[in-house]
Design a protein around this ligand. Structure first.
Ligand SMILES: [Zn+2]
Length: 139
C-alpha cells in the first residue's frame, strides 16, 4: 500500500489510488477535486494570459453566439422549421400513445406461498411524481 498523504484542501489523510500514485493530489472528495481544478485552471490562465483574448470574442462579434446563429438559420430556412415541427409533433404523439408492454406481465410477485402476477396498465408522471396503474394479470 502506498504511503498515506494529507489532502491540501480538507487536511484529511488519504491513501492514494494504486494506479494514480503520485498524480493524485486530493483526497478524492468532489469538493476538494473541484478546488484543485479551480486552482490549476487559475495557474494555467496566469501562465497564458492572452489565451482567452483570442479568436472567440472576435468571432462572437462577427457571427453572434450559437443561439443567434440558430435563430438566424431558422429565419432563413422556413422549410427546416416546418420539417422539424412535423418531426417533433410525431415524436411527441408516438411517445404519448406508446403502450407499455400491453400483452405481457410486468411484475411477478410471490407473497408467502402464493405467486401472483401484476400488469402495468399505465404510467404517467408529473415533474415530481410517477403514477403507475396496476391491474391483476389474467395470464
Ligand atoms: Zn480533501
Amino acid at each position: 500500500m502506498l504511503a498515506r498523504r494529507r489532502c491540501p484542501f480538507c487536511r484529511s489523510w488519504f491513501y492514494p489510488h494504486p494506479r494514480l500514485k503520485d498524480r493524485q493530489k486530493t483526497c478524492g472528495r468532489s469538493s476538494c477535486r473541484r478546488e484543485h481544478k479551480r486552482l490549476s485552471n487559475q495557474s494555467w490562465r496566469s501562465q497564458h494570459p492572452d489565451y482567452f483574448q483570442g479568436t472567440y470574442p472576435l468571432q462572437k462579434e462577427v457571427y453572434g453566439t450559437r443561439a443567434d446563429g440558430k435563430r438566424r438559420y431558422r429565419q432563413q430556412h422556413p422549410d427546416y422549421v416546418q420539417r422539424n415541427q412535423v418531426y417533433v409533433r410525431n415524436w411527441r404523439q408516438q411517445r404519448r400513445s406508446k403502450p407499455l408492454s400491453p400483452t405481457s406481465c410486468d411484475l411477478h410477485l410471490k407473497v408467502g406461498s402464493t405467486s401472483t402476477s401484476i400488469a402495468i396498465r399505465q404510467v404517467s408522471h408529473t415533474s415530481r411524481d410517477i403514477f403507475v396503474t396496476l391491474c391483476p394479470s389474467t395470464s
